[in-house]
Each structure stands twice: as C-alpha cells, then as structure tokens.
Design a protein around this ligand. Structure first.
Ligand SMILES: [Zn+2]
Length: 329
C-alpha cells in the first residue's frame, strides 16, 4: 500500500531528489533498518531503506518518527533553537527523542531516548520489550483506554457507558478526554496517567537537566490542560527544584505533520552532504547504488517525505539545491 501511494506521489511530481521516511519503533537510521516494531509481526530487522530504494530508484533516508518530530520542533516550534530538549510523544504508544547540546542524540546504537521503557513499577505488567512495569504500560493512549474499560467492566459508574452506547470497543482516548469535565472516571484515569508520566519524567529531568520538554501526540492534544496540570504537579513534586527552575513543559503546536516536516530537514541535510561530497569528488548521491535513476536523483529539486498518511512534497533548501556546502549544519 505504501508502494502504491509512493508510486502515485512520484508520478505526480517528477522532480524528486530523495525520499524521507519517518517510521515508528526502534530504527537504525544509519543502516536504514527497522530494528524493532511490535505493531506488525515479522517487521523486525526489516531493511526498509533498501526496500524503498529498490522499488522506487531514489535515495531514501529513514529516521525514527519521534526523532523527526523533535527536529521539526527544534527548527520550527516556538522553542526554536533550544539546545537541550526532550520530546515525549504520547499516542497509542509512547516515544521520545533528545536534543543534547543542539544535536539529536541517538547514543551508540541509536537506542537513546527509549523513555517509554522506564520502569515505574518493579513488578508491574509485562511490556512488549520483555520488561515489567514500563511507563508505556501506564501512560499511553492504549493504557488509558484499557484502564477505563477495566473499571467499567468492574461496574464503576460513569457516563462513558452512555457515550459509547454500552459498546466498550468504541472507547477511545478522544471519548474519555471529551468527558473529563463531567465524568469522574475519565478525569481520574487521565490524571493518574499524567502522574505516572510526571514520575518518570522527574528522573529524566534530574539526570539530563533539559531546558524544555515538548509533549506531542494524541493524548496531550485531546486531554490538554488537565493532563498538563497533573503532569506538572507530579514532576514538581519529584524533580530537583534547581533543575525545574528554568525548565518549561509545553504541548506541541505543530500537530500531526511534525514527523514528515522533521524528515524534510533530515533528508535535506543528507542530500546537501551528498552533493558536497560529490563536489569534492568523494561519492555520489545514493552512494553509487542507483544507476538507472541517478540522474533524476542528482538533478531533483524536491523531497518527498512522509509518515503514515502524511505526505509532503517540498523544495530542497536553496543550499541543498546548489550544493552550497557552507550551509551544512
Ligand atoms: Zn518496555
């Protein structure tokens, strides 16, 4: 299905120089591989970059979704230019990314920032990573829905039952958030989830001393102020006061296209680097692997970047178009 959509996009716009893909899970961006993605069986160790390059004949760059979001936030958000930033994306799962001293930090194997696997309960429920009591089991949208459903099944009174027409399969984080101002169960579940997140965040704040924390994803977006207030209360209660003094926690303003937008910067910088290496005679765009389409890639003026259903076709920055190597970050 992705191939079909890509084919369609590329046919509509012939001037594409490279493809940027933001993908969730654990990604080795250097190798272009999806290392671990529990959402789809058999997708571990998948050579996604190679698959797309072979199918579409264009240099492809792969990055973890939440890292791409952090790049968009750091370049475009109203905290633009912040050097030490933690982005926590709370959706159906949780993801996070770190900017340390102005650079996206991946650690030795690109595994840094796996905040969602912070243990918050030693003997808690089993996580997809094999550990018990990981934050993701307690603070994601799936945890919120699961918790509300379990309480409703136990007979806890709530107007949510009326909202979903007694069909618990229709429970969603949107429905729970919409009921938070008048339904005690919804309000309590969302607050408790935010407290767990604040607890895990306090250890990270003490350890890394970030300037800003950006909350992205569906949960902060729909649960809004209630979620942020409970999280901040929990965070202030636990983190060192000096680490909290100048630090702020904000909800992302960029929205669902953040990952695709971040890929525009990431892929654009890769293209510029490749063109600069080419000018120096070191190597060619696509590392010499893409003979039939090399000319198209080298003369292309646009990028095609996507995450899930969000596709962006954007012009390369003037620096990348002209191979202006002084613009390399
Ligand atoms: Zn885990």
């Amino acid at each position: 299905m992705v191939h079909e959509e890509l084919k369609l996009q590329l046919a509509q716009f012939p001037g594409i120089a490279a493809i940027g893909v933001a993908h969730s899970g654990v990604i080795d961006s250097r190798a272009g591989t999806v290392l671990f993605w529990p959402m789809v069986e058999g997708w571990n160790d998948a050579p996604l970059r190679q698959i797309i390059e072979e199918a579409h004949g264009l240099p492809t760059f792969l990055e973890e979704c939440v890292n791409a979001m952090a790049v968009a936030e750091q370049r475009l958000g109203h905290w633009k230019g912040v050097r030490n930033l933690l982005l926590v994306n709370v959706g159906w799962g949780i993801g996070s990314a770190l900017f340390l001293d102005g650079h996206l930090y991946g650690g030795r194997d690109g595994m840094a920032g796996e905040f969602e696997h912070t243990t918050i309960e030693e003997n808690g429920s089993l996580c997809t990573c094999g550990n018990r009591g990981c934050l993701e089991r307690y603070s994601s949208a799936s945890a919120i829905v699961g918790r509300a459903r379990a309480e409703l099944q136990q007979g806890v009174g709530s107007s949510l039952l009326h909202e979903v027409g007694e069909n618990l399969d229709r429970l969603s984080v949107e429905a729970i958030s919409a009921a938070k101002s008048y339904d005690r169960l919804s309000e309590r579940v969302l607050s408790e989830v935010a407290v767990h997140l604040g607890t895990a965040m306090a250890s990270t704040v003490n350890f890394l001393n970030p300037e800003k924390i950006v909350l992205g994803g569906k949960v902060p977006e729909v649960a809004g102020e209630l979620f942020l207030t409970a999280l901040l209360q929990s965070l202030r209660q636990r983190a060192l006061p000096h680490a909290m003094k100048e630090m702020t926690v904000v909800i992302s303003q960029i929205g669902e296209e953040a990952a695709a937008l971040g890929m525009v910067f990431i892929a654009g910088e890769h293209v510029l680097r490749a063109r600069c290496r080419e000018i120096k005679g070191e190597s060619r765009l696509g590392g010499g692997r893409l003979d039939p389409s090399r000319q198209r890639a080298e003369s292309g003026s646009h990028l095609l970047c996507f995450r899930s259903l969000h596709y962006l076709q954007v012009p390369l920055s003037p620096g990348a178009r002209k191979g202006d190597c002084s613009r390399l970050p």
